[in-house]
Structure formats: C-alpha cells, structure tokens
Design a protein around this ligand. Structure first.
Ligand SMILES: CC(C)(COP(=O)(O)OP(=O)(O)OC[C@H]1O[C@@H](n2cnc3c(N)ncnc32)[C@H](O)[C@@H]1OP(=O)(O)O)[C@@H](O)C(=O)NCCC(=O)NCCS
Length: 118
C-alpha cells in the first residue's frame, strides 16, 4: 500500500460556478489555489467528481480511485433524454463505460507532489 493512504488528505468539498460564468477560468483558479495549498503542505488531495467536473480534475493531476455508479433511471425513473453528460465515459480504464441510465461520480486522488517513498 502506498504511504499516501496514511496521510490525511486535503478534501475538496464542492466546487461550482454560476452557469452564466462557466468556462471562463474561475473553476481552474479556485482549484489551483487548493492544489497549491496541498503542495505547500506536502499533502495528497481527494474529491468526488461530478460528471462535468471530472475533466477539470484530471487536468490538475487527479487520478481515478473508484467509481460511484448510481442507476438513476432504475431507482427514480429519470432518463437522459437530452444526452446530458452523465459521466458514462469517465474513468473507463478503471471501471469500463457506464451503462445507460447510470450517473457516474468518480472518487479521485491527487498524490503528494514530489512525494518521497520511504
Ligand atoms: C466544474 C465547474 C466548477 C468548472 O468551473 P469553470 O469555471 O467552468 O471551469 P474553467 O472555466 O476553469 O474550465 C476548466 C475546464 O473544466 C472543464 N469544464 C468546464 N465546464 C465544463 C462542462 N460544462 N463540461 C465539460 N467540461 C467542463 C473543461 O475541461 C475546462 O477546460 P476547457 O474550457 O479548456 O475545455 C463548473 O462547470 C460547474 O460549476 N459545474 C456544475 C457543478 C459541478 O458539477 N461541479 C463539480 C462538482 S465535483
């Protein structure tokens, strides 16, 4: 087991940007602040990524740890009529593509930068 698992991580609770102001860099700026803080403390990071947030976190060095596949169609009868991003293509190397009707969140970790393995 990696020594990373023994270190308390910096956990991102929630990240959201007003819909009218998305894709303008605010999410990246806030995430940069958080990962820089973690790096300055030599701590790993953890989060649970929504389907839309997943790509942003990959860009900042987060890695797939596990998936939470929720079959919202089966459970609540909600269907993805407009082809929204439900995360079907996220974390495919780890879990394969998510089936229709499933909303996929991904548990992610960002290892300690320049970690020294002992
Ligand atoms: C995820 C979120 C916080 C990103 O904030 P933002 O200010 O739009 O982010 P940025 O402008 O810095 O975008 C950086 C990258 O995020 C990704 N991204 C942002 N919005 C996206 C969207 N709607 N779909 C897919 N990827 C998206 C892209 O990779 C983007 O880079 P690019 O524009 O070069 O392609 C914002 O989309 C949001 O509030 N979404 C709804 C709430 C949510 O799902 N939050 C994540 C919880 S884990």
């Amino acid at each position: 087991m990696s020594s990373n698992f023994l270190v308390p991580p910096v956990v991102l609770g929630i990240l959201a940007c007003q819909t009218t102001h998305q894709r303008l860099g605010a999410g990246s700026a806030l995430l940069r602040w958080g990962v820089d803080l973690a790096d300055s403390l030599a701590l790993p990071c953890r989060l649970e990524a929504s389907p839309i947030g997943y790509g942003l976190y990959r860009k900042f060095g987060y890695e797939d740890l596990d998936v939470l596949d929720l079959n919202v169609t089966e459970m609540w009868g909600v269907t993805n009529n407009d082809g929204s991003n439900w995360g079907a293509k996220n974390a495919i190397p780890l879990a394969g593509p998510a089936p229709d009707g499933v909303l996929r969140s991904v548990i992610m970790r960002r290892p300690v930068k320049n970690a020294v393995v002992q």
